[in-house]
Design a protein around this ligand. Structure first.
Ligand SMILES: *[C@@H]1O[C@H](CO)[C@@H](O)[C@H](O)[C@H]1NC(C)=O
Ligand SMILES: *[C@@H]1O[C@H](CO)[C@@H](O)[C@H](O)[C@H]1NC(C)=O
Ligand SMILES: *[C@@H]1O[C@H](CO)[C@@H](O)[C@H](O)[C@H]1NC(C)=O
Ligand SMILES: *[C@@H]1O[C@H](CO)[C@@H](O)[C@H](O)[C@H]1NC(C)=O
Ligand SMILES: *[C@@H]1O[C@H](CO)[C@@H](O)[C@H](O)[C@H]1NC(C)=O
Ligand SMILES: *[C@@H]1O[C@H](CO)[C@@H](O)[C@H](O)[C@H]1NC(C)=O
Length: 939
């Protein structure tokens, strides 16, 4: 009894407390409907970080991210940004009828559409769904949000990939209150009327449409409503037209960004209507003509980017009067002439100056004191010399200096190193600067240093432990190379010391990977601190001994060349930690043991595996075919035995006749991935096009048994060499399926039977060798086989007859007829034609510079794969050998075309970006370096 009374008391007290609580205006608890809606919402999310752990209890107004009104209990804001939420968005959200502000940005709703019902949250003024991995079409229902002022659906390339698209922006025009619209990276290719829709938004202040795959911008517009626009970003689209004049009629603009498009023609000189413009970015287009003299009408301009265009003429002196300028970038144009002090007369606020890659000559008096104090100085390829520019002494504390290839023939002034305490990036390469490095260099926190091709001398001092790129090649540095290089410079991604005078006892071995010095010995076992190194090239040295265990610590390695040395022993098991390896070249050593199965099991990213010319024994591991990316397998000239695994028909990458998307090397790092590939009995050096070579070479082993017919499903293979083994049985009948085969060598085996007539389908074939087998019957006729008139490719087969052999065939072998070459003609013909062109090309240089794109560009590239080829065609022409792209000269390797079943088009902007990255890249900025090298001699 007492118990039940006390229970009732408790009930009453609780009841009263709740009454009091909800009545108290200072502590409004939340609306029950909304609370349960939030709980449903929470349930529908996956919340791996438990970010919504505070969402419990009654007072939902105090839950994290929930905002209630000051005088009501209703939820007016929900901020779930950066909570790593995943999953679906529950429609219970609609219960929040008073919500004004909704922020779901920076989560991962991977694969989900933006829900239509968000368009029913009628009070919304702020909606942020950016960087949240939504996919699909943006729902037109969002157009119902008539009070919306801020809408962000964009993605940042560096953060997330947008899977959104929108074919029709008419819903946007209904958002009449909108002030801020961000749709970066949403595919608007089909929304051709975008400007018209956006022009209905009279209050719009910020419009961001960068990377939207927009193709058109109207040249004229009847009436421009966008009078309040302050930021207009159309960068990184595909707009190919001249600059529309109306752009320069937007009087309130602060920022106009049209960079990275295909804009051509002159820059209109009509700047008088833009008194507030602070940032004008027209970089990375194809604009031509002069820099307009009226540029000084932009009286508020702070940042001017005209880089990477085709502007010609001189730098207008009037620029020197634009006293508001902080950034001036006119690099990579065709500008010429003398730049004088008056070009900078009033630029006292200038912070970043980039005049690189034009044809400028700087002529200032020897006691010139510039009005500015720069943070970044880029004057690569400007004529500054022959004296080392004395005015640099006034520029204390700069972070970046690039005066590469500036005609400086001088000693490095003694004051130089004392000014550089803040320097991050230094490029003095390609001058004739004399000097030595001060012992105190390690105290300067330099990250990128390129002093290559100068007259520097003296010993290599200790460098800052944060250094990532060090290029000292082609100088006269001397002395020994410190043993603890890896320990001192753990961040090192790129080191070039070749062509110096380094020496040392043969046991000081780090120097060994620095070819063109004079060192020999074993590889030291001290690599454990080089975890950041991505490319290690020790090829073509006289390295002796085992591959050190500590190589396994270099788990960032992408490319490892140890070829052409005297290494012996088995491969260290630790190498299996280098799981990022795409290229492993151990050829021409004395390595022994079985080919380890951890190679296919752990090094799953391998694209190129070369074990050629070693002493490997045992069977060919069937597991190799698990290497889905493998394009080049060369295990020839070993002592391998057993049969060719049937699984070899499964190499995924060799089954594709499409362009490979694989990227090797990054040009701006100064590194060029390279490999000697043996084709048609010739060693060819491949660089940029390496990624297009597909080859299987098992020759010169002790393999026996039949050639598995499965191998003929490798229809993307260009080279197949099975020669010099003990293979028997017949040549697979369907060998004609391998339509891309350029080189086929089956010689010096014990193959018997007739040559399959389908061989004549191989219209790409330029090299064939079937000699020294037991083949018999009539040599098939037709198509490409007709061009093989050299009888020696059939010699040593006593049973063969017919042309080009002199032995005629008896009647019994007459029934073999040439087969019809079937439907693959188009490709075959193209390849044939191109092979003919390919004949005279020996040096292999770029074209697929596109393939060597920055990470962010690759994405663009793959998106753009279907639209790039025409461009190359138009610009280069199918048969030309060299061409100008941007400001660089490229050589076209027709092989490229040949390997493409689907034509590829290279987007102009990618090429330009690459070209300019290439030219500025080796010296400047963290963006430029992706991964790097240790150089060696290329014999
Ligand atoms: C609520 O009150 C705070 C503090 O006075 C104020 O900063 C905030 O703007 C108010 N919120 C609304 C929606 O009125
Ligand atoms: C999205 O999900 C798919 C399948 O669940 C997954 O393969 C993909 O990697 C995810 N993408 C991102 C960007 O997380
Ligand atoms: C300008 O905006 C108004 C108001 O939204 C609209 O009615 C008109 O059609 C727009 N003009 C143009 C040329 O789009
Ligand atoms: C720019 O604005 C002026 C004045 O409003 C107008 O006369 C002119 O036609 C406009 N120019 C363009 C290209 O729209
Ligand atoms: C500058 O470029 C324009 C347009 O391409 C061209 O017509 C003109 O001849 C060039 N001028 C010089 C001096 O090269
Ligand atoms: C390299 O070293 C060897 C042996 O120490 C010496 O005979 C040779 O002259 C050196 N070569 C050069 C180019 O210095």
């Amino acid at each position: 009894m007492a118990y039940s009374i006390s229970m009732s008391l408790v009930h009453i007290i609780v009841f009263l407390w709740i009454q009091i609580k909800s009545a108290s205006p200072s502590e409004l608890s939340c609306n029950e409907f909304e609370r349960s809606a939030l709980l449903k919402l929470k349930q529908s999310f996956k919340d791996p970080l438990n970010a919504l752990s505070s969402w419990k209890g009654f007072d939902c107004c105090s839950w994290k991210g929930v905002e209630c009104g000051n005088y009501t209990d209703r939820i007016i804001g929900l901020n779930l940004s950066r909570k790593s939420l995943e999953g679906e968005i529950n429609p219970s959200l609609l219960e929040l009828k008073h919500i004004i502000s909704l922020d779901l940005s920076l989560n991962d709703f991977n694969g989900t559409d933006i829900p239509d019902f968000i368009g029913s949250l009628a009070n919304l003024r702020y909606l942020n769904l950016s960087n949240s991995n939504f996919v699909g079409s943006v729902p037109h229902h969002l157009g119902n949000l008539s009070r919306l002022q801020y809408l962000d659906l964009g993605s940042d390339e560096s953060i997330s990939i947008s899977g959104l698209s929108n074919d029709d922006l008419s819903w946007v025009s209904r958002l009449s209150s909108l002030r801020y619209l961000d749709m970066r990276m949403i595919n608007l290719r089909k929304a051709t009327n975008w400007l018209h829709e956006v022009n209905e938004l009279p209050s719009l202040s910020v419009l961001r449409l960068s990377s939207c795959n927009i193709y058109t911008i109207p040249q004229s517009i009847l009436h421009l409503n966008l009078t309040y626009l302050t930021v207009f970003d159309l960068s990184s689209n595909n707009i190919r037209s001249t600059l529309p004049e109306w752009l320069f009629n937007m009087t309130n603009l602060n920022v106009l960004d049209l960079s990275r498009n295909f804009l051509s023609g002159p820059i209109p000189g009509t700047f008088q209507n833009m008194p507030f413009l602070k940032v004008l970015n027209l970089g990375h287009n194809s604009l031509s003509g002069y820099i307009p003299l009226s540029i000084d009408q932009l009286t508020s301009l702070e940042e001017l980017y005209l880089n990477s265009n085709r502007l010609n003429g001189t730098l207008p002196q009037i620029i020197g009067q634009m006293s508001t300028l902080t950034i001036l970038n006119v690099s990579s144009n065709l500008l010429t002439g003398i730049v004088t002090e008056s070009h900078f007369a009033n630029l006292s606020r200038l912070n970043i100056l980039n005049l690189s890659f034009n044809n400028f000559s700087l002529q200032v008096s020897s006691n010139w004191t510039p009005p500015f104090r720069l943070d970044s100085i880029y004057m690569s390829s400007c004529r500054l010399g022959p004296r080392f520019p004395p005015w640099l002494i006034t520029q204390k504390g700069y972070a970046k200096l690039d005066i590469g290839n500036a005609g400086v023939v001088d000693s490095l002034p003694t004051w130089f190193w004392s000014l550089t305490s803040e320097i991050v990036s230094l490029n003095l390469s390609l001058n004739q600067i004399k000097g030595s490095l001060p012992p105190s260099l390690h105290s300067i926190s330099i990250t990128f240093m390129d002093l290559s091709s100068n007259l520097f001398e003296g010993p290599l001092p200790r460098l800052h432990h944060g250094i990532q790129m060090l290029q000292l090649n082609d100088n006269s540095f001397e002395g020994t190379i410190p043993l603890d290089l890896g320990h001192d410079m753990p961040m090192l991604r790129c080191l070039q010391l070749s062509n110096n005078l380094f020496h040392g006892p043969s046991s000081v071995t780090f120097g060994l990977w620095l070819a063109n010095n004079n060192l020999t010995g074993a590889i030291p076992d001290c690599w454990s601190n080089l975890g950041a190194l991505e490319i290690l090239d020790l090829g073509n040295n006289n390295l002796y001994g085992r591959i050190p265990e500590s190589f396994g610590y270099m788990n960032s390695l992408v490319s490892l060349h140890l070829n052409n040395n005297d290494l012996f022993g088995e491969l260290p098991l630790s190498l299996k930690n280098c799981t990022l390896l795409t290229l492993l070249d151990l050829s021409n050593n004395q390595l022994s043991g079985n080919i380890p199965t951890w190679i296919p099991n752990s090094l799953t990213n391998l694209i190129i595996l070369r074990l050629r010319s070693n002493r490997f024994i045992g069977p060919v591991p069937p597991e190799l075919s698990r290497l889905n990316s493998l394009q080049l397998l060369d295990i020839s000239i070993n002592k391998l035995s057993g049969t060719i695994p049937i699984s070899f028909g499964n190499f995924t990458s060799m089954k594709k006749t499409k362009m490979k998307g694989t990227l090797l090397g990054e040009p701006w790092s100064g590194y060029e991935e390279h490999l000697m590939v043996c084709i048609n009995g010739r060693q060819l050096r491949y660089t940029k096009t390496l990624s297009l070579v597909t080859s299987v070479d098992l020759s010169s082993n002790n393999l026996y048994g039949e050639i598995p017919s499965e191998i003929t499903s490798l229809v993307g293979l260009l080279v197949l060499n099975l020669s010099k083994n003990g293979l028997s049985g017949e040549i697979p009948q369907n060998i004609g399926n391998m339509g891309w085969l350029e080189s086929l060598d089956l010689s010096k085996n014990q193959l018997n039977g007739q040559i399959p007539p389908t061989l004549s389908n191989l219209t790409s074939l330029t090299h064939l060798n079937l000699s020294f087998n037991n083949l018999s019957g009539r040599i098939p006729l037709g198509f490409q086989l007709q061009t093989f008139t050299d009888p020696s490719i059939y010699e040593g087969n006593s049973g063969l007859c017919g042309p080009p052999l002199t032995e005629g065939c008896s009647q019994s072998s007459m029934n073999i007829t040439s087969s019809n070459s079937g439907g693959d003609d188009g490709i075959g013909t193209l390849w044939l034609e191109l092979s003919v062109i390919a004949g005279f090309v020996t040096g292999v240089v770029v074209v697929l510079s596109v393939l060597l794109l920055q990470r962010s560009w690759r994405l663009m590239f793959f998106v753009a794969v279907d639209k790039a080829f025409d461009w190359v065609h138009a610009k280069i022409g199918r048969s030309s050998k060299t061409s100008i792209i941007g400001d660089k000269k490229w050589t076209l390797y027709p092989f490229l075309y040949a390997n493409m079943k689907t034509p590829i088009k290279i987007p102009n902007q990618c090429v330009q970006a690459t070209a300019s990255s290439y030219t500025t890249g080796s010296s400047i900025g963290p963006l430029a370096i992706d991964y790097c090298l240790v150089l060696r001699a290329i014999h």
